[in-house]
Design a protein around this ligand. Structure first.
Ligand code: GLN
Length: 547
């Protein structure tokens, strides 16, 4: 039976609860324990799959094909543990399960209530897989006091009560604001937040306090006294230069020790932090810098491409180089020549995306990269745009396009070199989709195997010819144009095992031009950079040496 750490937040949102949870996971691993991290989101969407990236940042896809919160990306990047569908849940999902059971008659005609039916559903979710790990870390989204969050708070209170004593602890993350006029860190908001938590029956065991300044001993004692938490369990979470410093800094502040003390685990196994020391060494002792242009649509919100930004950083770490990623709105290239914008970049990346808006600009970016021989990485939509570009420019299919664009407008303007796939093979079964299927359920999602062409650049980069990567898309490059495009120099170097779905295209006669139908960024870790990102950055460094 796992021990549970419930992580809640107070005072304000966006304090980095996901990161703190992930860092704690890494620290428990460093002490030899196995962990799994989970996210419980109070919003009413069934999953974040259909939310705009502007609303909620990136949608993180798991191997088993769930569309989840981007915090699961942090969890994976810090612990290396692959997240599952059962590691993310929202109020919407919980209520939808309860209502489904009610319709099926599972509740035998009883009146359905938040307590116990909704809370039981949450507790069932929490228990999944609890015999597999030493610690289960469960983060509750939002802040204490939010109306939507209440059933989750009630459920974790009950859960701790149901289990033998000492098996569950509560960690609360708050903010100590600094008031410049008096030169003081203020503890009152934290006191109120803990009071709110205690009013619903939860007494925190560990407090993690974000603050821009060191916390004086006097303040720490005051918080301990007023919040009924041991002084050693009042932990400072100072601002970090990079997120990857979190495990080492939080360890220094005593977070993992406080958590183990709260469980009464003594003596605590000694931590081995070598992995994180190496990560920080690579990050802080980088030589030189490369500039990578990311030509995309959701450029106003950095979180929309969170995993790509992180994977580029990891690629830099593999080469001991700093990567400066700069976002450029693809629509600009529909009005202006990309040349002046893209000059001075050592690499160009076109990320995933949905809808037609901005696609002509992305096609121009791909053309610029191909013709100017700048390293190009096209991810998902970025691969599709590269295929359309070569079809138009090299294969003279002037109106090559994607069926996605025509679906939006209901017109037939394009010859679809990228088309809507309605049936495919996953493992050894066939998956079918209809055009009219509900949004969110029509995509090829999760891990799929691809076979790489022996001797291709990607086979060299991966060091193998069989890979497994995560997908999230509706449309596929149409294999019927393969011969025509290959004759123009675009090699189909990665295919689905049945040979029907193009997974990777590359141009041999180019320093580095690769398009992938999947999302390699989702599997990159700071301590294990994804080979494609590592090699992409290596190629960019090569370009920077030439100029
Ligand atoms: N919109 C494209 C598709 O559905 C690409 C999706 C993506 O980039 N994730 O196929």
């Amino acid at each position: 039976m796992a021990r549970y750490v419930f992580i809640t937040g107070g005072v304000v949102s966006s304090l980095g609860k996901g990161l703190a949870s992930a860092a704690l996971g890494a620290l428990l691993q460093a002490r030899g324990f196995s962990v799994r991290l989970r996210k419980l989101d109070p919003y009413l969407n069934v999953d974040p799959g259909t939310m705009s990236p502007f609303e909620h940042g990136e949608v993180f896809v798991t191997d088993d094909g769930a569309e989840t919160d981007l915090d699961l990306g942090h969890y994976e990047r810090f612990t290396g543990v692959s997240a599952r569908r059962t590691d993310s849940v929202s109020s919407g999902r919980i209520y939808s399960n309860v209502l489904e059971k009610e319709r099926r008659g599972d509740y035998l005609g009883k009146t359905i209530q938040v307590i116990p039916h909704v809370t039981n559903e949450i507790k069932d979710f929490l228990r999944i897989g609890d015999d597999e790990v030493d610690f289960m870390l469960c983060e509750i989204g939002g802040t204490v006091g939010d109306i939507e969050g209440l059933p989750f708070f009630e459920a974790i209170r009950q859960f701790a009560q149901d289990r033998p004593r000492g098996q569950c602890i509560f960690m609360h993350l708050t903010l100590l604001p600094y008031v410049a006029a008096s030169g003081e860190l203020k503890t009152k908001p934290t006191q109120h937040s803990v009071k709110e938590l205690r009013s619903i029956g939860i007494a925190p065991d560990v407090l993690l306090l974000r603050s821009e300044h060191p916390i004086p001993d006097r303040e720490r004692e005051k918080i301990a006294l007023f919040c009924n938490v041991r002084k050693e369990a009042v932990i400072a979470a100072p601002d970090l230069k990079t997120i990857y410093d979190a495990p080492l800094v939080y360890h220094r502040e005593g977070l993992d020790q406080a958590v183990l003390d709260a469980f009464g685990i003594s003596p605590a196994p000694r931590p081995n932090l070598a992995r994180w020391e190496d990560v920080m060494d690579r990050l802080t002792n980088a030589e030189g810098e490369v500039r990578v242009a990311i030509v995309g649509k959701y450029t106003q919100l950095e979180d929309a491409y969170k995993s790509i930004a992180e994977a580029l950083t990891h690629g830099g770490m593999a080469n001991r180089t700093r990567v400066k990623a700069e976002w450029i709105d693809a629509e600009i290239f529909e009005r202006e020549d990309p040349g002046p914008w893209l000059e001075g970049f050592q690499a160009i990346l076109v990320p995933g995306g949905f809808g037609e808006r901005g696609t002509e600009g992305k096609i121009k970016a791909a053309r610029y990269a191909r013709e100017k021989k700048i390293p190009y990485l096209g991810i998902c939509l970025g691969m599709q745009m590269a295929v359309i570009e070569t079809a138009r420019t090299l294969a003279h299919m002037d109106n090559a396009g994607s069926e996605e664009f025509d679906h939006e407008t209901g017109s037939k303007r394009f010859t679809p070199v990228v088309y809507h796939l309605k049936e495919w093979v996953q493992g050894n079964h066939v998956v079918e989709r209809k055009v009219g299927d509900a949004k969110g359920g029509t995509m090829r999602l999760g891990a799929y195997t691809a076979n790489l062409l022996p001797g291709s650049r990607v086979a060299q980069i991966y060091g193998t010819t069989v890979i497994e990567e995560r997908h999230r898309h509706r449309y596929e490059v149409d294999i019927k144009y393969r011969d025509r495009l290959e004759a123009c120099g675009l090699t189909f170097s990665g295919m689905s095992p049945d040979g029907r779905l193009p997974e990777i295209v590359e141009i041999k006669d180019h320093p580095w031009f690769i398009g992938v139908q999947y999302h390699p960024e989702l599997k990159s870790k700071p301590f294990a950079p994804h080979p494609l990102f590592a090699d992409f950055v290596r190629a960019a460094v090569g370009v920077s040496r030439l100029v």
